[in-house]
Design a protein around this ligand. Sequence first.
Ligand code: GDP
Ligand code: MN
Length: 379
Amino acid sequence: MDLFEHQGKEFFAGYGLPVSAGEAAFTVADAVAAAQRLGTPVMVKAQVHTGGRGKAGGVKHAADLDAVRQHADRILGLDIKGHIVRRVWIEEASDIAEEYYASFTLDRSAKLHLGMLSAQGGVEIETVAETNPEAVAKIWIDPLDGLTEAVCRDWVAAANLPPAALEGAVEILLKLYDAYTRGDADLVEINPLILTPEGSVHVLDAKVTLDGNSEFRHPDYRQYDATQTRDEREEAAHARGLQYVGLDGSVGVIANGAGLAMSTVDVVNQVGGSPANFLDIGGGANADVMAGALEVINNDPAVKAIFINIFGGITRGEEIAGGILEAMQRVEIDSPIVIRLDGTNATEGRAMLEPHLTDDLLMQPTMLDAARRVVELAG
Ligand code: GDP
Ligand code: MN
């Protein structure tokens, strides 16, 4: 679950992290009223589930209420990378001496937590990470050891934060790690973490992704459900009871069983293609389920070819073939389909499909052959 910046800051505040006072607003009038209560100057900040708001004109300094009115008017309704701004966060403006970057996330391949810290934070952090990777100090933390203050001090020094920021940064990083672990977050990121001219270290931005599976431990996380940006394809698929995850590619994938569906996604990648989705239709492959799956995939404009990869087990090949043929009569498909059918009674199933094969409905003997063909067709 991705949090808006202001939700992330409330989450941080619960773990004692220093954030600025602020209020969320949905209208220009509310934004002005909030600024009046807080006292100017304030920042007017777009609340969307994407970064780079500053560069897109979604973060503005307002010296007085007139400026708040103008900025809120401009920012509400703004399109930031396809996300329309529906709410702004009005917060007391801070004075900045320096901008740093800090984050914790899970390094799945190392099976450890990864902390990243840089003295060169701010809106250009992606460029810094690419062109000057040594400016980002990384530490890997064993969850059983946790993050100790001693390790944290060395880390801050390794990141070249100035001595003036040392104590404040260490305190914030320990609290941030606490929020990340006890709060069951997948990602916590502060960019920028600032040093003020007065010498205090302060949180100016919050990017937080919580682990939705931890909701049983945190009933209050349910409040975030309503503000998630949903993938329309996933909504449609889940409404049909399908196990579907949207991806960015052009090959629609339908497979039976989560393991086979994952392998299908892998093999499409392996032969140079890119999957548009993961879709597990489960053990059976009756016409209803197959029609639902084809409909969801066909409605995805990015899909250029479809890969149906079925391994018959308890469900026999001829039932599967029958399901596919009936589904294709119900749904009008815009993209070519490549089928790989194997497993129990595959011979019988293939024999049923054979008479219906065309340039747009192909069959291949193996998973790898089918993957190559479908990737070719997807272009
Ligand atoms: P992002 O662009 O989506 O990451 O949005 P941020 O919240 O990080 O804001 C972008 C930039 O705006 C920051 O890097 C700061 O330079 C600036 N900024 C944000 N808040 C303040 C503030 O309170 N005072 C000042 N002076 N600048 C701010
Ligand atoms: Mn930021």
